[in-house]
Design a protein around this ligand. Structure first.
Ligand code: SF4
Length: 398
């Protein structure tokens, strides 16, 4: 499936391009006390290391606005100041060097306050995000469209976009977040037809790790497949690292970003005679570290439950490991590299993984076959046949 991105205008948030043909950026938000400079910088660096490209932080008071000066100067990624109610905090944040101001129009009832923020952002050449949220749409709009949340979100976004345009300010992106994923999808679809500003996607208050991720993936999947979305944040009631990880995985799954390596792992089944889930989780953590040390080398790595089907099912992997009886087989393409006892599997696999990263050849990768079509017939050596025979024996005894 070839996704055609919606044509949006391009803006810059610090050194990150947003919209147009720029890659879809992965964002997250700090959850710590943002008046604490040391902790904020520590958290930003941790998230940046995990792949976060733009970070937003709440600016609840003057002290937090003041702290921004030090935070921004130490941040490796652009910082967005999240402002509610007090527009003077937005002015202070802009003076303290933030790369973008997010205003929630529902919490800025006096439109002249928004105009004051626009004037400051113009002066400082800082973009704005009009961040409409289902929980805080302006009352007149709510009253005009009772029981129609989607229209409320879209109308609020259009009204505030008009205010910025009247000030001849076009350097902004928009979000229309709702916690109901289908309403959120509807709102973005409608807005995408009406404006060409970049859109930041988010399902607000999506929930805990599992539930939030499912809701968000559904909504993002629909919108991204239609080319809608220029930045994303997966909002989760969980460690923000999970948000960043999920954002990249969603984009990878949609074929929209190739950042870092891909893990292929089977669910395991009755054929599996090793602790596959434990190994797969350890390999995933290992890959996160190794990706950081080997940027631009997106490997396909397979962790499979059995050697009978594993290498065939993970045919396009650059390297893989498949379970046997109390042992594992490491394989590369159709070649079996070694057999290792289960307790040494992670350590040996790590060493082979390091070699694979070191030998990475982007040209060879482009021409890599997608399937090991001949696996089932070509690779049944004595060991494989022994495993198969053992499994057949197990199955016949059930
Ligand atoms: S690779 Fe083997 S263990 Fe994993 S699901 Fe397939 S048959 Fe089962």
């Amino acid at each position: 499936m070839d996704i055609q991105r919606r044509k949006s205008r391009k803006i810059r948030v610090g050194n990150v391009e947003v919209g147009g043909d720029a890659p879809i950026a992965v964002q997250s938000m700090l959850t710590n006390d943002t008046r604490d400079v040391k902790e904020s910088v520590y958290q930003i660096k941790r998230l940046a290391d995990a792949g976060c490209e733009i970070i937003r932080l709440a600016v609840p008071d003057k002290e937090a606005a003041e702290a921004l000066k030090s935070i921004v100067s130490q941040s490796p990624i652009p910082v967005v100041a999240d402002i509610h109610f007090d527009y003077r905090l937005a002015l202070a944040a802009a003076d303290n060097g933030v790369h973008c101001i997010r205003i929630n129009p529902g919490n800025q009832p006096r439109k002249e306050f928004i105009r004051a923020v626009v004037t400051k952002c113009k002066e400082r050449e800082i973009p704005i995000r009009i961040g409409v949220n289902s929980g805080s749409v302006e009352k007149p709009i709510k009253d005009a469209y009772p029981d129609d949340l989607v229209t409320q979100l879209v109308e609020s976004a259009l009204l505030n976009a008009r205010i910025l345009e009247e000030e001849e300010f076009f350097d902004f992106k928009i979000s229309v977040k709702a916690s109901d994923p289908l309403k959120m999808v509807d709102a973005y679809r409608r807005l995408a037809k009406l404006v060409d500003y970049p859109l930041h996607l988010g399902v607000t208050e999506a929930g805990t790790l599992k539930r939030g991720l499912i809701k968000t993936s559904l909504a993002f999947g629909m919108l991204l497949s239609e080319g809608i979305g220029d930045t994303i944040r997966v909002s989760l009631t969980a460690d923000s690292i999970e948000e960043v990880f999920a954002g990249h995985e969603i984009l990878r799954g949609m074929g929209l970003r190739q950042s870092g390596s891909n893990l292929i792992s089977c669910p395991s089944c009755g054929r599996c005679e090793v602790d596959l889930h434990g190994l797969a989780n350890s390999v995933e953590a290992l890959m996160a570290d190794m990706d950081r040390q080997n940027p631009g080398k997106p490997l396909d790595v397979a962790v499979m439950g059995c050697f009978v089907n594993g290498p065939g099912e993970a045919g396009h992997a650059d390297i893989g490991i498949a379970g046997g009886i109390g042992q594992y087989y490491i394989f590369k393409g159709e070649e079996k590299v070694m057999r290792v006892p289960e307790h040494e599997a992670l350590e040996k696999f790590k060493a082979e993984l390091q070699k694979t990263y070191a030998e990475y050849d982007p040209e060879a990768k482009k021409h890599q076959p997608k399937q090991n079509a001949n696996w089932q017939t070509a690779n049944k050596d004595a060991e494989t046949l022994a495993v198969e025979a053992h499994i057949a024996e197990l199955e016949s005894s059930v």
